[in-house]
Write a protein that binds this ligand. Structure first.
Ligand code: ZN
Length: 390
């Protein structure tokens, strides 16, 4: 499993002249459909084509060896059990990293550049919550942890309902009593689960939680939850959980989590755009985003999934500029052209722990240049405020 530290190391990597950083992304199709075969073929074609291009341009053989190794991997993937595969390599520096990652919004792509292409992964890390899934019926309970596409069971217990045979026969008082007793038992059972979840939330063992529980039982279970657990609850799905396979449970839980994440992303975008209009905690467009980045103002970067823009970086002070100019406007040294500013922007976001949200392209995003940032603070405003106070 890939860790944030792995991502950080990859973000620090930069090639020297005549070296190549190769990034390979493989996105499997849904299992049981034919498209995963097509994805596999597409991946191989992609690698072969790049090998040909490198050969034609008379480049050194080292990146070609890397690509041939990637080609062999692509040939053996066969859908990769539903996982995405990413490979980062630079043979000139003996770098070879290979990871399985949860299938996500990235498509099968190959990048040969000065730095590793990290955009889809950085978004995944900044946004993939450590999710718990709590399942309960009136007698059984289980909790699963779903993190980065891996599932493990944390606890499973049963509180079998006491048999209330004989006394029922007398009707009246005894039957009512048995009924209440049964209710108490169920409540105690839910409370046991609620206690486990409360401990989890207080130890920060999960970021968000989804419940699987029959609709008729949900209000009773919900009433037992600690407020902090309730706050982290993204939703619940209904079903006979005792008969439900793990695979189906995880699919249901992720569907709820992703829906809630999608809402959260649009709320962030709304907040950013409002902030930008009011000269508050938002900026839009590459020029202003880069300025905010250099001022250390950014909390979360938002961009369309396919966002890409030319820019330059200064070879001396590392200033980034959206105008493609030969000399750095800050220090006067020569600049280097970036085919895609994200190549530089994303590693900076990773190193500084900034949020990164990728959104599907739409009219709203188009209007603001497909890139925006939610700010932690606004440097100019703070300065004005200080000046006014002094
Ligand atoms: Zn400079």
């Amino acid at each position: 499993m890939m860790t944030r530290e792995d991502l950080r190391q990859l973000a620090d990597f930069e090639c020297r002249a005549n070296e190549f950083a190769i990034s390979f992304y493989f996105q499997p199709g849904a299992p049981k459909d034919k498209s995963h075969r097509e994805e596999g073929i597409q991946a191989k074609e992609l690698v072969r084509k790049t090998i040909q291009e490198l050969r034609a341009s008379g480049r050194s053989s080292k990146p070609i060896q890397d690509l041939e190794r990637i080609l062999r991997i692509a040939e053996g993937l066969h859908g990769n059990e539903g996982f995405g595969k990413v490979v980062f390599s630079c043979s000139d520096r003996n770098v070879w990293r290979e990871f399985n990652v949860p299938p996500s919004s990235f498509s099968t792509r190959l990048f040969v550049n000065r730095r590793f292409h990290l955009k889809p992964l950085a978004a995944l890390f900044s946004e993939y919550p450590k999710l718990w899934v709590a399942l309960a019926d009136r007698q059984n309970a289980r909790v699963l942890e779903v993190e980065f596409g891996k599932t493990r069971q944390l606890i499973s217990f049963s509180n079998p309902m006491p048999r209330h045979g004989r006394s029922d026969g007398f009707g009246g008082y005894d039957a009512g009593h048995a009924q209440r007793h049964k209710k108490d038992e169920v409540r105690r059972h839910y409370r046991e689960l609620a206690e486990f979840l409360k401990n989890g939330v207080s130890r920060r063992q999960f970021d968000a939680i989804v419940f699987g529980c029959n609709d008729v039982n949900w209000p009773d279970l919900q009433s037992q939850l600690h407020p902090d657990v309730a706050k982290g609850t993204l939703g619940h799905f209904s079903g006979e959980i005792a008969a439900m396979a793990d695979e189906r449970i995880v699919t249901e839980a992720l569907r709820i989590a992703q829906e809630s994440l999608r809402k959260h992303h649009y709320a962030l975008l709304g907040e950013t755009l409002d902030g930008a209009r009011a000269n508050g905690r938002g900026v839009t467009g590459l020029r202003r985003v880069l300025r905010a980045l250099e001022l250390g103002e950014i909390d979360t970067l938002l961009m369309s999934q396919d966002y890409s823009a030319r820019a330059v970086e200064c070879t001396n002070c590392r200033h980034l500029d959206s105008h493609v100019v030969a000399y750095c406007p800050v220090c006067g040294h020569a600049t280097r052209e970036l085919e895609d500013v994200c190549e530089m922007l994303v590693p900076i976001a990773v190193r500084n722990n900034l949020g990164l949200v990728l959104l599907p392209r739409d009219e709203t995003l188009d209007k603001v240049g497909n890139i925006a940032a939610l700010l932690r603070f606004r440097a100019d405003r703070n300065t004005n405020h200080l000046l006014a106070a002094s």
